[in-house]
Design a protein around this ligand. Sequence first.
Ligand code: GRF
Length: 205
Amino acid sequence: MAKLKLGVLGSGSGSNMQSIVDAIEAGELDATVEIVLADVPEAKILDRARKHGIKAQFLDCSPWKTKLADAAEDECIRILKENACDTVVLAGFMRIVKPKLLAAFPNRVLNIHPALLPAFPGVHSWTQALDYGCKVAGVTVHFVDAGTDSGPIIVQRTVPVMEDDTPETLHARIQVEEHIAYPEALRLLAAGRLRIEGRRVRIGQ
Ligand code: GRF
């Protein structure tokens, strides 16, 4: 299979992007990160990328706070294509991507969500799980569709919810699993082992 050429979109710390870069540098993932885009100019994800010699730039998405405006979406697609990306990795990107971007990369946009979907889509899902009284929580890597955190599931990993958990301690435990789950999902994609059948993602040998 051809090496994946990843374009990463983020808004924050970039620890998931870091786990992907670490897997690539360890020879555990056949991919390159071609570019990292962040909608927050001072996002740590940009610094992390630059430390690894990865091209990283701010994508101006104003005036909206949660969606990708048409002009920003066009610009995003243009930059990703210009950098020869074939797969888009949403890694803590706090905006809903729209059908145009999805159509530009069919079945090639992935997201990581810190909950066991379909439970707790949206923001602060670890707090939602804690408040609900869940005994297990976890993380989901999925293909992105036009809904919110609703696309076909590729990988899920679970963590226990402890008696003394706070939102912060639970999120930290989930993040440990995130950093395993995203490289794992991308490894499966890179190996050509994922086949989407309706809602199900079949994992072949
Ligand atoms: C993670 O919890 C991820 O699941 C969610 O946003 C957070 C991003 O963290 N979508 P990071 O920027 O990768 O450290």
